[in-house]
Design a protein around this ligand. Structure first.
Ligand code: CUA
Length: 348
């Protein structure tokens, strides 16, 4: 009966369509698999750094390998059964079986046990990560479209996009958002955490050794979501203290008559000061604090390397190079941009 049904005629067109679908699936599959390969993968969670990252990775490894075991057993079973009991013309219809209490109990109990094996360390990790760290550095993170603000509440430092952490010490981030939902994520140091307007949440992490760890806003937040990156610099406590001292210093006033001095005048007259704070010059709070902007390695949501050329390109037309940027095109002339860039370069 089954044999008769199967031999129903299949149109040639259907066959061609089927093989084309298979080919497309194969190409897409291979493409997806190879897309996951990268020589430099600075945002991989598989190379955790620090106790929090390692704890999360440990839990992932346990779950992953249990899942691999289940997958292999099930797939092996399926392939074996399909092959072993495939239809052959000389084979009689097999004995029909309905129900097998022993098997049914087994395949209910074994997964339940596996889930229990995963659940215990999962709950333990959740509670461990929720514990408040002892004597942490406290940083309030505010998500903006499309950049990160960091306020070191106990140290009196405000930074943007690049966050500095002393090695060997817990850092407690208090997360909030100014506009829409963002997600704060430094994959090698910790899990991701949503940053929601009207809600304050916490996440802590610790870096063992100095290094640069890249991060990314991980919740779609608008046109430049992909341009909302971040960089965490883990430094030795001495280097961190130096950084703090440099960030707290009031930036120098440019020498009278210099290009930078003209830039400073433009900064206060062209509207920049309304949105940006420069210690001793302005108190704008809309955009990043620029008091030490040139000490950063990148700008505009950590998108562009901090170079005079990139600053020029940026000032020429911000929304053009970073779609959705709240910083408008100020219609600056080339000479004005030169002066402003000279001024920004003094803000180290
Ligand atoms: Cu902020 Cu995506």
């Amino acid at each position: 009966m089954i044999g008769k049904l199967r031999s129903a005629p299949v149109s040639v067109e259907k066959g061609v369509r089927k093989s084309r679908t298979l080919w497309v699936a194969l190409v897409v599959g291979v493409g997806l698999v190879t897309a996951a390969c990268a020589k430099h993968a600075p945002q991989t969670t598989l190379k955790p750094e620090g106790p929090v990252g390692r704890k999360i990775d440990g839990l992932f490894q346990l779950t992953f390998w249990i899942a691999v075991g289940v997958f292999v057993l099930v797939e092996f079973g399926v392939v074996y059964l399909v092959w072993h009991y495939r239809h052959r013309d000389d084979r009689p219809e097999p004995v029909q079986v309905h129900g097998n209490t022993r098997l049914e109990i087994t395949w209910a109990v074994v997964p339940a046990l596996l889930l229990l094996v995963v659940a215990v360390p999962t709950f333990r990790t959740i509670f461990q990560l929720a514990r408040e760290p002892k004597d942490p550095i406290r940083v309030t993170v505010t998500g903006h479209q499309f950049w990160w603000q960091y306020d070191y509440t106990d140290l009196g430092v405000t930074a943007a996009n690049e966050v500095h952490l002393p090695t060997g010490r817990d850092v407690e981030f208090t997360l909030k958002s100014d506009d829409v939902i963002h997600s704060f994520w430094i994959p090698r140091l910790s899990g991701k955490h949503d940053v929601e307007p009207g809600r304050v949440s916490r996440i802590s992490m610790k870096a063992d050794k100095p290094g640069v760890y890249l991060g990314q806003c991980a919740e779609f937040c608008g046109l430049s979501h992909a341009n909302m990156r971040l960089r965490a610099f883990a430094q030795t406590p001495e280097d961190f203290d130096k950084w703090v001292a440099a960030q707290k210093a009031v930036p120098p006033t440019p020498a009278t008559g210099s290009t930078a001095a003209t830039g400073l005048t433009l900064f206060t007259t062209k509207g920049c000061s309304g949105c940006h704070t420069v210690e001793g010059v302005s108190t704008g709070k809309v955009g990043p604090n620029l008091s030490h902007v040139y000490s950063r390695s990148a700008f505009a949501g950590d998108t562009f390397d901090m170079t005079p050329d990139n600053l020029r390109m940026w000032l020429h037309d911000p929304p053009k190079v970073k779609p959705g940027s709240k910083m408008p095109n100020l219609g600056l002339s080339s000479a004005e941009i030169t002066n402003l860039v000279a001024y920004l370069q003094t803000l180290k």
